[in-house]
Design a protein around this ligand. Structure first.
Ligand code: NAD
Ligand code: UDP
Length: 311
């Protein structure tokens, strides 16, 4: 599991361990944290190695490689633009080489950002996207598009058994409260009684998937025979203003809204078409935004408390 100390990587480690697998998580802790894996410290089938996947690495014989390593939030990949390009290119080659060496299955964590600021709505896997190749988001978007191309090339040229998941905005416990993504930002601001920061007029949309649903979809895809990209996300679409209102309802906060400039190339709308995942994997999400936020509340309360103590 590359990126195993991250938000999704750590949950995926848990799911695979629960499935009876032994798991080696590798991570350079650029945006992840060891505390995400602390509960596994006495688990004999689990091992953590601190390493940068942009250098060649080898964990010994394995049956699956899950490649999740990459900064993921707009704030993180803006701050680490070069590292983001490197992990999507060099890191992906190294992870693919490992799968090739051991005849292992490979899963690439891709993203809805491959669709850019989409002109097709909702987004089907057949849509090629509308991406600015030189804008501030390009370090992430093009890195992930390259990673998809490399993955398909290892399938075609080297017959590696590859899979590609296009993950849509996923949230839940273990997200870093300071990674700048909208759910942790709003939860943190609401719990501190600070203004919720709405970028632009808040009419842009996202479709939010609770982490347990995302992980279930990813595991099903990894076990499937599908090689081409599959969208895994929740198709219920919210404006950012509606998302802010849900956070205020769930936290009971009296925070006000504060409007700030919209980041450059911020996609105006995003909603996955999950027909393919339903048909091939028998998967669809079960947790709606309100319940997912309720299930995340205790984690965010704790994380906000810890951040206050450590300041
Ligand atoms: P995260 O930042 O919590 O996790 C990413 C992990 O990768 C971190 O632990 C980080 O330290 C590690 N990492 C980065 N560069 C590395 C390197 N060179 N070597 C080793 N480890 C490295 O983010 P996340 O939300 O868990 O995202 C995980 C994956 O899922 C990413 O590939 C991301 O692009 C993808 N994804 C996530 C979402 C989402 O909504 N969470 C949406 C689309 C795609
Ligand atoms: N956003 C916002 N306020 C914030 C953080 C984000 O209005 O404090 C908006 C952002 O402009 C985008 C959406 O919320 O339109 C989702 O942003 P996020 O960074 O979570 O992920 P993205 O989908 O853009 O990668």
């Amino acid at each position: 599991m590359t990126g195993g100390a991250g938000f999704l990587g750590s949950h995926l480690c848990d799911a695979l361990l629960a499935d009876g697998c032994s798991v080696v998580a590798v991570d350079n802790l650029l945006t992840g944290r060891l505390s995400n894996l602390a509960h596994l410290s006495n688990e004999s089938r689990f091992e953590f190695r601190e390493l940068d996947v942009c250098e060649p690495f080898d964990c010994g014989r394995l049956e699956w490689v899950f490649h999740l390593a990459s900064p993921a939030s707009p704030v993180d990949y803006s701050e680490h633009g070069i590292e983001t390009l490197q992990v999507g290119s060099l890191g992906t080659f190294h992870a693919l080489d490992l799968a090739r060496k051991y005849g292992a299955r490979f899963l690439q964590a891709s993203t809805s950002e491959c669709y850019g600021d989409p002109l097709e709505h909702p987004q089907k896997e057949t849509y090629w996207g509308h991406v600015n190749p030189i804008g501030p988001r390009s370090v992430y978007d093009e890195s992930k598009r390259f990673a998809e191309a490399a993955t398909m090339a290892y399938l075609r040229y080297y017959k590696v058994d590859t899979h590609i998941v296009r993950i849509f905005n996923t949230y839940g416990p273990r997200m870093q409260i300071n990674d700048g993504r909208v759910v942790p930002n709003f939860m943190k601001q609401a719990l501190r009684g600070e203004d919720l920061t709405i970028y632009g007029d808040g009419s842009q949309t996202r479709s939010f998937c609770y982490v347990s649903d995302e992980i279930e979809g990813i595991v099903r895809l990894a076990k499937s025979d599908e090689h081409e990209p599959v969208n895994i996300g929740n198709p219920t679409e919210f404006t950012i203003l509606e998302c802010a209102q849900k956070v205020l309802d769930v936290t009971g906060s009296k925070s006000k809204l504060r409007y700030e400039p919209l980041p450059v190339d911020d996609p105006k709308q995003r909603r996955p078409d999950i027909t393919k995942a339903k048909r091939l994997l028998g998967w669809e999400p079960k947790v709606d935004l309100e319940n997912g936020l309720r299930m995340s509340l205790e984690y965010f309360r704790g994380a906000v408390g810890k951040a206050i103590v450590s300041r």
